[in-house]
Design a protein around this ligand. Sequence first.
Ligand code: FAD
Ligand code: NAI
Length: 474
Amino acid sequence: MSNTYDVIVIGAGPAGYVAAIRAAQHGKRVACIDAWKNNDGSTAFGGTCLNAGCIPSKALLESSELYERARHEFTTHGIGVGKVTLDLATMQQRRAGIVKQFTGGITALFKANGVTGLYGHGKLVTPGKVEYTPHDGQAEVLTGEHVILATGSTPVELKSVPFDGERIVDSWGALEFDQVPARLGVIGGGVIGLELGSVWKRLGAEVTVIEAMDDFLFMADQQIARDAQRQFRKQGLDIRLGAMVNGSDSTGNAVKLQYKDKKGSHELEVDKVIVSVGRRPFTENLLAEGTGVQLDERGFIVVDEECRTKVSGVWAIGDCVRGPMLAHKGSEEGIAVADLIAGSVAEVNYKVIPSVIYTAPEIAWVGKTEQELKKAGVRYKSGTFNFAANGRAKALEQATGFAKVLAAVDDDEILGVHIVGPMAGELIAEAVLAMEFSASAEDLQRTIHAHPTLSEALHEAALAVDKHAIHAIN
Ligand code: FAD
Ligand code: NAI
């Protein structure tokens, strides 16, 4: 094996592996080092996203939603299926199978693109030099003109509720339960809490979500968040807001969580706890002394708009740098950095990064929320359209929620799009494209949408911006 490369990538999550493939497509000699180990000791490329994040969570969300719909919705369609049963082992095997297929896919893509994939630990020794330690072998130094750091993130641990890997788990542990817990406590009502809380609720757990903030989904448009909260509560998710956990006791057969809210101190007894209070950048043992690469006060690698660190030839992308911790954000940074290394012009449009929460209903948005526009003093118009009046949503038996378009009063440019409802995560792509091209609400109004589709709700919301919705009273 040669140990000289044009580009060495440390980390093969969606940021790192995408950067590696793109750089190889530019004709660069690329190595990508990844330290991931599964619980059974096996190695795999793909990082958190493929192994323990996006992909396995969506597999379980889909399976659990089908289970829920088979039990509660099929009869509405006139379909009788007898007693619906749950075979969790098969459901989990399916999840694991999908993960294996996708992580194996990265290995195949590396091979096809000529990327040298290396399992083990990578450490930046000096600019241009990386120490590579295979899982079961001797360390060696690789040379690369450019080094891309893409080491991702790891769950935040709460001192008052330490992980024990058994009853108090992080999101990875929560994906791998082999039994449905009777009572599940979720600390943190953010994206992971809602997605994984929904999975286990649908499969039969009694789920209590303890969230520190007073506002539900404080980062989302609050009109959307209120609608979502109402629907989750209707589904039976017990969401307790403004509540801070300050202690736990897992010495007995159950876990006792102590928390405080405005009304005082409380105790909640559960069988399992998911701690999902955010993630932090992972850079342990990544940088030798004196590399010159800087970390900020929260541990993120400091980079500029183009993902350059303070050291020439050393770049950093994905969850280990500022910005939202999202797979597609990291991948876009990976593409941009590989293009810049190849001498092309490239940039990431940080203003137009979509967010999706894959619950039922889904929640998706791009651009500014109404509260952000108000705070910035921007004059805006708002149009909403309910899925209750959308033919396709009715046919799907999912006619809840709404789409909302925010546009500037001055020039009609779309400033934000927010959706709570069926397939919101798919529908938002149109809004992302529109905003990427600085479209106006009128551009969306004059774009022809197929009938009957869910996308018509977005069309009508754009019309509603000017009080021209056809299938609603403006
Ligand atoms: P990671 O995917 O974390 O990959 C980093 C890799 O680097 C890892 O394999 C790690 O082992 C390796 N590494 C670290 N240090 C070293 C070292 N020194 N040497 C070698 N290798 C090293 N995002 C979405 O956009 N959509 C979703 O639906 C979504 N769902 C999620 C669900 C869950 C449960 C979780 C936990 C996260 C989810 N995310 C989702 C977030 C998403 O997984 C991350 O944003 C994404 O994985 C970040 O990519 P990355 O490449 O920066 O880092
Ligand atoms: P999060 O930031 O989405 O939510 C954490 C929540 O925990 C916040 O609402 C916060 O107020 C609350 N919290 C913090 N400390 C608390 C405490 N002591 N007690 C009670 N509540 C507390 O983080 P989460 O859910 O852990 O996810 C991490 C990241 O992973 C997300 O920010 C997101 O970037 C990514 N992710 C993305 C997904 C998607 O795109 N669909 C799915 C899952 C994760």
